[in-house]
Design a protein around this ligand. Structure first.
Ligand code: NDP
Length: 336
């Protein structure tokens, strides 16, 4: 999906799986350049750079100055996102940061404030809103086709691939646990489709034996100011569960199956009194679309990118889910 924008020169901060699997290709596909990769380990940085044809491999962010960087993509473990974002903002570089934006609301607020005062774009890589199904669901909701919105269901329990069964399952300080990993996506998906975030959550979490000392499954109920209520299920240890996103109103229901995924695909249908019909989905790469929206934000144009504020708000929901499970009661969501 090459575009007509001025190409950006990107540095990758974090020699991560997601960077190698999706983002290097997506950055290049929109016509941008990957100039450098930074890792805590120089050998791994060099391996990553060799594998992906990147000119510069570094073991510290400071080495990036002088390379003509315009933007950084941060995909380190979550506790590092804040310091890396503050550094990039201070250099005047735009930032696309992975989710969860940070491991605390205070850190996320500092990231948003630093990028704002530096005049650089801060995006959160909530890729799911760039799925064709999410976009069409938003359009149907906006058109009022579903009548009064009543409920939503997010089925987002998966099997964490063996090669990712590391810090997410063992390291709380790095932002491990399924809630910080997946509930943030669910919050962003619903906010994108519905135009609002939940104001109150009630949650239960469990440990099915995959994670150590933290949750690897969570079910929660979310209440929205409009009156809509939602159920969300996020999990790491269910290889055969189907994923999906449903929105139910008094006049119609949207059923998205297999649309809560990194790759395009799945099925979306609209069911009303006059029958059920499939809504065709395009096959655009979600991460490329995210970068296209990032470019619009850089140019100061209207865009659909999840901003830093979006990342802050989805983090507030996930943290409220964890608080609710710990306290055994409903918790108000506040990102203020
Ligand atoms: P990885 O575990 O692959 O990478 C995270 C960090 O771990 C890297 O930055 C790297 O540190 C270190 N690391 C990676 N591989 C190794 C290794 N073989 N040995 C030692 N250290 C290693 O994580 P993910 O790519 O799964 O996730 C990274 C971030 O991206 C997280 O914030 C996650 O939540 C997010 N994510 C987002 C997705 C999305 O679709 N939006 C999907 C998947 C993840 P160093 O920085 O030192 O190089």
């Amino acid at each position: 999906m090459p575009t007509s924008h001025r190409p950006l020169r990107w540095a990758l901060i974090g020699a991560s799986t997601i960077a190698g699997q999706w983002m290097v290709g997506a950055i290049r596909a929109v016509g941008d350049e990957v100039v450098a990769v930074v890792s805590g380990d120089l050998t791994r940085a060099r391996d990553f750079a060799r594998q992906h044809g990147i000119a510069h491999a570094l073991d510290a962010d400071a080495g990036l100055s002088g390379l003509g960087v315009d933007a950084v993509y941060i995909s380190s473990t979550n506790e590092k996102h804040e310091a890396q974002t503050l550094y990039a903002a201070a250099q005047g570089w735009h930032v696309l940061c992975e989710k969860p934006l940070a491991t605390s609301l205070d850190a996320a607020r500092r990231m948003v404030a630093a990028c704002r005062s530096a005049g650089v774009v801060l995006g959160t890589n909530h890729h799911l809103r760039h799925n064709s199904a999410h976009r069409q669901m938003r359009d149907v909701v906006r058109a009022g086709t579903l009548g009064r919105l009543v409920a939503a269901r997010v089925h987002h329990a998966v099997y964490l691939p063996v090669h990712l069964q590391g810090w997410r399952l063992t390291d709380q300080a790095a932002g491990g646990g399924v809630v910080l990993d997946i509930a943030v996506h669910n919050a962003d998906s619903l906010a994108f489709v519905l135009g609002e975030y939940p104001t109150e959550v009630t949650a239960m979490v469990s440990n099915t034996g995959m994670a150590q000392g933290m949750e690897d499954h969570a079910l929660s109920l979310w209440r929205f100011a409009s009156g809509l209520i939602a159920t969300t299920h996020q999990g790491f240890s269910t290889p055969h569960a189907r994923t999906g996103l449903e929105i139910h109103g008094t006049d119609g229901s949207l059923h998205g199956e297999g649309v809560v995924h990194q790759a395009p695909g799945g099925r979306l249908s609209l069911k009303r009194a006059d029958g059920e019909r499939d809504l065709p989905l395009d096959a655009h790469n979600l991460y490329e679309r995210c970068l296209g929206e990032f470019h619009k934000a850089v140019r100061g144009e209207p865009h659909d990118m999840a901003t830093g504020e979006s990342g802050l708000r989805s983090l507030a929901v996930a943290l409220a889910v964890l608080d609710s499970a710990r306290l055994g009661r409903s918790v108000a969501v506040s990102a203020a």
